[in-house]
Design a protein around this ligand. Structure first.
Ligand code: SOE
Length: 360
């Protein structure tokens, strides 16, 4: 390897800065620096994640010629203004989901990224589990048969009680949608990615179970959402998304029912794919020799050596950096996919207000 490693910097110093910087390093990037809400918090976070330097502000980060690509990992409401600045500086960008807190702002970012001619991606990282890719490959190859229905859930419990609080609860910082924008977006992205189909219309009920929280006070964002949908090809979809489901930590489950096979992927057990058949259902364990090429590519350790969330993140970062080098990795989630998530989120909120079906 003679090529110079890509230089990345992070804006934001929270939990996701740790995840992104680990992924960046494992994907061969140099973690040049970090900017945060104050010079002091930037210094602390830079030290914690092992960045070479901290910046006093975002301007200093953007002025640094060693930075080729910026990871924006701040609270949702700042994604749009910060990403605009990164794009104006002509740098490549990874912006956390939701790409923006409104559809208009997400579309604005997509247009700006296109005009800037840079690589602009969104970490829909569950696409990067080998067994999720395997499900996609089987469906694309017609092995599952025509898809009749999809059942999905994304359940967490970290906001279960009124004592649990976070910036995501406030619509000013997190946006009008909370549970759906935060984790429902992952579920819908994975559903459309795996099935190769698109949600055509949705009907939704949202619920704010905890009306008041310790720091946020009165809550307007939803704790959970139930969604009934239909895809372009006519498949019937039911989804449940919740941040108040006791015992569920990061329970994303996607189950697709075709005419020949059902396929079930569970994020908390990502090295397995359940293949349901009328006779001879099987739990397929990750083994590159058994997988389609597109999935085998992500099986970077031998069978029996578990891969997980952080590895999926690394694969996402590696493909983003490959795109920066001019390669064309398959299945890279770009700003258009972030816009798609915003569009679905908007439709879910609109349906929950009116009770009507909303076309996408
Ligand atoms: C919190 O809900 C969170 O960290 C999300 O923001 C992530 O996208 C998800 O992967 C795990 O849960």
């Amino acid at each position: 390897m003679t090529s110079t490693p890509i230089g990345i910097a992070l804006i934001g110093g929270g939990f996701m800065a740790d995840v992104h910087s680990r992924a960046a390093r494992a994907a061969g990037a140099r973690v040049v620096g970090l900017a945060s809400s104050s010079p002091e918090s930037a210094r602390r976070a830079a030290e914690r994640v092992g960045a070479e330097r901290s910046y006093d502000d975002v301007d200093a980060l953007l002025d640094d010629p060693a930075v080729d690509l910026v990871h924006v990992v701040t609270p949702n409401a700042s994604h749009h203004p910060l990403t605009v600045r990164v794009l104006e500086a002509g740098k490549h960008v990874v912006t956390e989901k939701p790409l923006a807190t409104t559809l208009d702002d997400a579309l604005d970012l997509e247009r700006r990224a296109e005009a800037a001619g840079v690589i602009a991606t969104v970490p829909f990282v569950y696409r990067f589990h080998a067994m999720a890719r395997e499900a996609r490959a089987r469906i694309a190859a017609g092995e599952a048969g025509r898809i009749a229905s999809v059942q999905g859930a994304y359940l967490q419990d970290w906001l279960l009680t009124s004592e649990d609080d976070n910036w995501r609860v406030s619509s000013a910082e997190g946006g009008a949608s909370r549970a759906f924008a935060d984790i429902g977006s992952h579920l819908c992205d994975l559903l459309e990615f795996v099935t190769g189909d698109r949600l055509a219309r949705v009907q939704a009920i949202t619920s704010t179970v905890i009306a008041e929280r310790a720091a946020s006070g009165a809550v307007t964002t939803e704790d959970l959402a139930g969604v009934l949908a239909q895809t372009t090809s006519g498949a019937v979809v039911s989804l449940l998304v919740s941040q108040v489901a006791p015992g569920r930590k990061n329970g994303l489950v996607l189950e697709v029912h075709g005419a020949e096979q059902s396929l079930r992927f569970e994020q908390e057990n990502p090295d397995a794919l359940w293949v349901g058949r009328r006779a001879g259902s099987q739990l397929l364990l990750r083994d590159a020799e058994l997988l389609h090429e597109s999935a085998a590519r992500l099986s970077v350790l031998p069978a029996g050596h578990p891969l997980g969330y952080q590895d999926a993140f690394t694969a996402f970062a590696a493909d983003t950096y490959a795109a920066v080098r001019g390669e064309h990795p398959e299945g890279l989630p770009r700003f258009a996919d972030g816009v798609r998530a915003s569009r679905i989120t908007d439709a879910v909120l609109a349906s929950s207000r009116t009770g009507e079906w909303i076309d996408l």
